[in-house]
Design a protein around this ligand. Structure first.
Ligand code: ADP
Length: 482
């Protein structure tokens, strides 16, 4: 009646820390965890002692004061005549491990359920057995449909075949597979043939099997990439806008010399046309062969002017970058031509020392031109001390890198004989808004560096031992060379 121990087996010491003598006489009631006492008292009468056999799990205080989980089976022993309860035989075992494992499982299940990733469990016959809340929400699943879903309902055809062909075969062989796919929003009530919205996801498929057994189930954890893709697109747009603005600035820096360059052919055209006018004025009959040369020259000169304008427009046009295999030998002469008027005005000689036989690089043409043009404009500006009697050189070199640092890349350098890099660490010139020029913006090199990096290379600056600065960048080749 008072739940006192009248006997305990010696195992009690191992389980709870008390010796047999210590525990006999104590009341079990005092050793229950306070949170379990009420529950126990509540059920004890009706369940255990009335029916005679009862198993339950509860916390019990050990000798050192900490509580351990016990699983006990109790048997009530009654007076056969009066039916009165004489004593209770309790067999207990340590249940802490099981309870801890259960608690850990519950915690894991809660984390899975509230994870922002989409979690889906799939049976070996590809039925969907369970989805967490994020998956139910993202796929717009109502409780009614969930029970009858199969994997094919969750993915559009192409993603489904990729998951089956690549994903499941690899998960069956190695245990897991990761890839990027689309998921279907499974709108209930959608008409067959309705275009369903898609969710791009980064997906991990795991095959779960007991040791060496058949696959018991598969799990799919999918991360929704919609926000990341939108941010990526925004960033790309932002970068493209900056690049475009930078090209306009570079072109602005070249504009006055290009205007000068355009003036020449225009003046020549006017002169040819005036010559033709004069001929008609002074003679009533002009022969074709007298006109042919000035007309040919007029056309050729107009075409040359057109080319300059065309190149400027090409360079400043707003456009999506597109990667292609480019031969430097074709790109550099165009840029030299574009920068020549500017260089000549400042008594700078532009030299193309790039090896003609170099393999092609993989780059976007306009981005590559933008990088090179920027370095050329800077190099020409840095050669301020050049004069007619003492012209300075700006030289473009390119070679294949054979060093271990960056094998299989092209190395392009723009070397000048100017005043050299400003005092301080060389990398400061790549910081945004760093400029030593009164009208400088300090954006050119920062943008060039980020362009080089998007193309997969690196850009760095140093001083030449013989004076002047040298800007070098590496670019990946269009094709690996054996
Ligand atoms: P900006 O030309 O508007 O100043 P940049 O980013 O192109 O912007 O260049 C930043 C700074 O790097 C320049 O102001 C200059 O101090 C330095 N710099 C760039 N190119 C050279 C060069 N070839 N020689 C010496 N200094 C250079």
């Amino acid at each position: 009646g008072d739940w006192r121990f009248i006997y305990a087996s010696p195992a009690v010491t191992h389980l709870l820390g008390y010796s047999v003598e210590e525990i006999v006489g104590l009341s079990a009631h005092d050793l229950y965890h306070p949170d379990d006492v009420e529950d126990f008292a509540h059920r004890a009468d009706s369940v255990s002692y009335a029916r005679g056999l009862y198993t339950h799990t509860y916390r019990f205080r050990c000798k050192d004061g900490h509580y351990t989980w016990l699983e006990s089976t109790s048997r009530s022993i009654r007076d056969p005549v009066s039916g009165e309860l004489c004593e209770t035989l309790v067999v207990s075992r340590d249940a802490s491990r099981r309870i801890e494992a259960e608690q850990a499982n519950r915690r894991l299940a809660r984390v899975l359920e509230s994870s922002s990733d989409l979690v889906v469990f799939v049976a070996p016959d590809l039925r969907i057995t369970q989805l967490n809340e994020s998956a139910r929400k993202a796929l717009c699943l109502t409780p009614g449909v969930i029970g009858s879903l199969v994997l094919a309902d969750l993915l559009p055809k192409s993603s489904y075949s990729q998951l089956i062909e690549d994903g499941f075969s690899s998960a069956n062989a190695t245990g897991s597979w990761t890839g990027e796919l689309d998921l279907n929003v499974v709108r209930s009530g959608a008409l067959v043939g309705d275009a369903q919205p898609l969710i791009p996801v980064a997906l991990e498929l795991l095959a779960h099997r007991p040791l060496q057994g058949q696959v018991e189930y598969y799990s799919i954890v999918a991360r929704d990439l919609r926000d990341a893709r939108a941010t990526e697109a925004k960033l790309k747009q932002y970068q493209a806008d900056i690049d475009h603005a930078a090209r306009l600035i570079t072109m602005g820096e070249l504009a006055s010399s290009l205007a000068h360059e355009l003036n020449q052919p225009l003046t020549a055209i006017v002169n040819y046309v005036r010559g033709i006018q004069r001929r008609f004025k002074h003679s009533s009959s002009v022969r074709w062969d007298e006109l042919q040369l000035p007309l040919d020259k007029t056309a050729a000169t107009a075409l040359r002017a057109g080319e300059i304008i065309h190149r400027m427009m090409d360079f400043t046009r707003k456009r999506e970058p597109s990667m292609e295999a480019l031969a430097l030998a074709e790109v550099i002469p165009d840029l030299i031509q574009l920068s020549r008027p500017n260089a000549e005005r400042q008594h700078v000689l532009l030299l193309d020392r790039a090896d003609r036989s170099l393999p092609k690089v993989l780059a976007d043409r306009i981005q590559l031109e933008q990088i090179l043009l920027n370095l050329l404009v800077n190099a020409i500006e840095a050669s301020g001390q050049a004069s007619e009697s003492m012209p300075l050189q700006v030289c473009i070199e390119a070679r294949l890198v054979t060093e271990a640092v960056a094998p299989g890349m092209l190395w392009i350098r723009v070397k000048d004989q100017g005043q050299g890099l400003p005092a301080g660490p060389p990398q400061q010139v790549f910081e945004r808004f760093f400029t030593t020029k009164s009208k400088g913006l300090g954006m050119g090199l920062a943008i060039s560096r980020s362009l080089v990096e998007t193309l997969g290379g690196q850009l760095w600056a140093e001083n030449n031992p013989e004076g002047g600065a040298c800007f070098s960048f590496s670019l990946p080749l269009a094709e690996e060379i054996g």
